[in-house]
Design a protein around this ligand. Structure first.
Ligand code: HEC
Ligand code: HEC
Ligand code: HEC
Ligand code: HEC
Length: 394
């Protein structure tokens, strides 16, 4: 049969559309099949949706480098031979050298190594990277000593965030938002501009500023039928949801990893992981306000954000898409040099220390106990120790 000339372009268009459509589907980030894993009671749909292919990629990306051989605990103190040691004063020469080698591997670009932070005269503080690194050493010790309520016995090292790069892949700056009014509105509260932070939704694109720099309350669900003492605005609610999406993405989990989604606000129906997350929010605030922001003048201009603010830390900076950074493998336990307390990560807490706090009685524990807001009981220790939520037996 002879095909008329007029039919060809139509056929060609359809073929192109079909092939194009197929290619588009194949290129989808989360192409099926996905799997579900039960994570709560049977029959109530408490499941985590996972994608085995993405999981495999993530697993590969989150392997730890071989630790340097342990340093001898005995030996002359580093301060004996070096001139300008301000933080690692408690280490001996071998331990000190081991930390330097590790930092070079974890943070500095391979072709620069020690020179990334050092001038020829090692004691010189001329390079800003060295001054930043000194504060980072204090920060890591602070996390491992005072934030056991979040990092547990796993702890962190420079590698948790840096992964072999001077600038951690996941960091955030304040989003400047729109510069001028559009249409009839003066401002759009950062909405309707899909941002990856909020899962490409139309929700506010910068949920971090209020919650991980500021300490705005994350409390929007009404706790009574009629409006009484609940005054949360729609704006606050939208911000909360945007932030929660960022949390779920940072950990590579669904909302019900922490919440019972029929009662998002209720602590006694949440999983113990939500309590860990509660501390995680306070941890990130502490790191940003007490470590990152004060470093702003130390950084050169090209490292700052559009508004001149320093790079900051969110859940994803450490977690990088995994429920526990590096799948909960503890690098810190191989690095007692970075623990900065008398209770090294991986060891047993000294008798009499409160679980979840420093274990170093000389330093006050940084995380304040959850303050009790009137409408909402704070996460309690009882909840933490509960392995999973239990339903009363009939
Ligand atoms: C990421 C930055 C960084 C890298 C990379 C680095 N250092 Fe350091 N180095 C520091 C900091 C910070 C101090 C000061 C520590 C303190 O104050 O406790 C220091 C101090 C020193 C000192 C003591 C100097 C003195 O007299 O005060 C020596 C020696 C040293 N480093 C050697 C090395 C060597 C060797 C390497 C490479 C294997 C290296 N460092 C890689 C940041 C770095
Ligand atoms: C909780 C996450 C986190 C940890 C842990 C951490 N850092 Fe950082 N670090 C950051 C962030 C965020 C920045 C800011 C990135 C930027 O703009 O340079 C940064 C910046 C730096 C820089 C400046 C890099 C540059 O080129 O501007 C150095 C050097 C550095 N860190 C060293 C260290 C060392 C050494 C350790 C371990 C003792 C460490 N960091 C641990 C988050 C972290
Ligand atoms: C890793 C744990 C975790 C995940 C995952 C998580 N949340 Fe949350 N969520 C929390 C914590 C912790 C709070 C309370 C924060 C506070 O009080 O500072 C909270 C609070 C909330 C609130 C406010 C409750 C109130 O009292 O008004 C809402 C709403 C919420 N989450 C929704 C979500 C949604 C929707 C998702 C999924 C997109 C999600 N959450 C994923 C930990 C989590
Ligand atoms: C400084 C690095 C760091 C930051 C920042 C951080 N976390 Fe974590 N988080 C950890 C480490 C390390 C663990 C593993 C603790 C353990 O093994 O007990 C952890 C564990 C958790 C867990 C427990 C997971 C489980 O399966 O039991 C949750 C939930 C969590 N983090 C949520 C958050 C949230 C939400 C944020 C941001 C608001 C956050 N984290 C920020 C380091 C961090």
């Amino acid at each position: 049969m002879k095909v008329s000339r007029a039919v060809w372009p139509a056929r060609a268009t359809i073929s192109v559309l079909l092939i194009g459509g197929f290619a588009l589907l194949c290129g989808c980030y989360e192409r099926p099949p996905v799997e579900t894993v039960q994570s709560g009671f049977r029959g109530i749909g408490d499941e985590q949706v996972i994608n085995p292919r993405l999981d495999a990629q993530r697993y590969k990306k989150n392997q730890i480098p071989e630790p340097f051989p342990a340093a001898d605990a005995e030996g002359p103190p580093a301060t004996l031979v070096f001139q300008n040691i301000q933080v690692l004063k408690d280490l001996n020469i071998a331990q000190f050298t081991r930390v330097m080698q590790s930092m070079a591997q974890w943070v500095a670009p391979a072709d620069q190594s020690c020179n990334y932070c050092h001038e020829e005269v090692m004691s010189s503080d001329a390079k800003y990277t060295k001054r930043v690194a000194r504060r980072m050493l204090q920060m890591v010790r602070h996390i491992n000593r005072d934030w056991r309520s979040h990092v547990g016995e796993t702890g962190v090292t420079c590698y948790t965030c840096h992964r072999g790069q001077p600038v951690p892949e996941y960091r955030w700056y304040i989003n400047p938002g729109q510069s001028s009014a559009t249409g009839m509105i003066a401002g759009n509260a950062g909405k309707n501009k899909p941002s990856t932070v909020a899962g490409l939704s139309a929700l506010p694109g910068d949920p971090y500023k209020d919650y991980l720099l500021g300490s705005e309350n994350i409390r929007v669900q009404a706790t009574q039928a009629l409006r009484g003492s609940d005054f949360s605005s729609i704006k606050q609610t939208e911000r909360t949801y945007a932030f929660m999406i960022s949390v779920a993405q940072a950990l590579g989990v669904n909302c019900n990893y922490c919440h019972s989604t029929r009662a998002l606000e209720m602590w006694d129906q949440s999983t113990p992981r939500r309590v860990t997350a509660w501390y995680g929010i306070r941890l990130a605030r502490d790191l940003n306000n007490n470590y990152m922001v004060p470093l702003t003048p130390t950084f050169p201009e090209h490292r700052l954000g559009v508004l001149g603010d320093v790079a900051k830390i969110a859940c994803v900076t450490c977690h990088q898409g995994v429920f526990k950074p590096l799948y909960g493998v503890s690098m810190a336990k191989n690095y007692p040099e970075l623990n900065g307390g008398d209770h090294p990560i991986g060891g047993l807490p000294p008798p009499g220390s409160t679980p979840g706090t420093s274990g170093d009685s000389a330093t006050p524990a940084a995380p304040a106990a959850p303050s009790a807001p009137p409408v909402q009981p704070p996460p309690t220790a009882a909840l933490v120790s509960q392995p999973e939520l239990r339903r009363a037996d009939p």
